[in-house]
Design a protein around this ligand. Structure first.
Ligand SMILES: Nc1ncnc2c1ncn2[C@@H]1O[C@H](COP(=O)(O)OP(=O)(O)O)[C@@H](O)[C@H]1O
Ligand SMILES: [Mg+2]
Length: 230
């Protein structure tokens, strides 16, 4: 099994004046391709901080983080951005879609950045949106889509980038239970079909069943790491 993410002793201390918050504390992780990982923990336990570090958005105070064998903590900002672009996509609670662009255009933007053009790009956008069940909604603007539909556009956008790692921060927090489950099931399908490594932070215990592996974080420390026995 290929290791997508390997961290050791990962620590993040936020300093504000004289106070320090140890948000992530000596975290050791080994996450694999084809694995759907749920990062569970109460509010303030360090989930967003840990995902931001793994996503090379936030620099840890100490420790090591390897993304597909690339040690990221010794890299400069530009090189870390390159790693992020090549390997990582994000899905957010608030969807982060461009409101002035249709579902189709939101996805096309990613392909343009990857310099894919013409008929191939057009077909790929249509395939991606069809794959998340939105073939009838391609030309809708975000304001005319439901929460579940918007999150499915975000999934299609994450897949458009073709990155092997997808990090999702509370992806179902704005959705009702049915739509939340549906969104997670779509992510699960791509984890299996495309051998993605998906890490989703959530505190919704109703979603536990969908994950292959559950990691629990409390006060910045990993307190449990359990794989589903198949
Ligand atoms: N930018 C920041 N500056 C200072 N403290 C922060 C910052 N972001 C998060 N924290 C603190 O770090 C801890 C972990 O926060 P966070 O990673 O957002 O947890 P979660 O996503 O599990 O709710 C909390 O105590 C929070 O108040
Ligand atoms: Mg959070």
């Amino acid at each position: 099994m290929t290791k997508s993410i390997v961290s050791s002793n990962l620590t993040k201390i936020y300093k504000e004046g004289h106070t320090e918050v140890k948000a992530v504390c000596s975290v050791d992780l080994q996450l694999n391709e084809g694995e759907m990982v749920g990062l569970f923990g109460p509010s303030g336990s360090g989930k967003t901080t840990l995902l931001s570090i793994i996503g090379c958005m936030l620099h840890p105070t100490s420790g090591s983080l390897r993304i597909y064998s690339n040690e990221t903590t010794t890299l400069g900002e530009a090189a870390r951005t390159e790693i992020r672009k090549k390997y990582i996509s994000f899905i957010f609670q608030g969807f982060n879609l461009f409101p002035a662009l249709t579902a189709y255009e939101n996805i096309m933007l990613v392909l343009r950045l990857k310099r894919l053009k013409g008929v191939n790009a057009d077909q790929r956008v249509k395939d991606l949106l069809t794959n998340v069940g939105l073939s009838e909604r391609m030309n809708f603007f975000p304001k005319d889509l439901s929460g579940g539909e918007k999150q499915r556009v975000s999934i299609a956008r994450a897949l458009a980038a073709d990155s092997p790692i997808i990090l999702a921060d509370e992806p179902t927090a704005s959705l009702d239970q049915g739509n939340g489950k549906n969104v997670m099931e779509i992510l699960k399908r791509f984890t299996i079909e495309q051998k993605k490594c998906v890490v989703a932070a959530t505190h919704d215990s109703r979603l536990e069943d969908i994950f292959d592996r559950i990691i629990t974080i409390e006060d910045g420390k990993i307190t449990k790491d359990s794989r589903k026995i198949l």
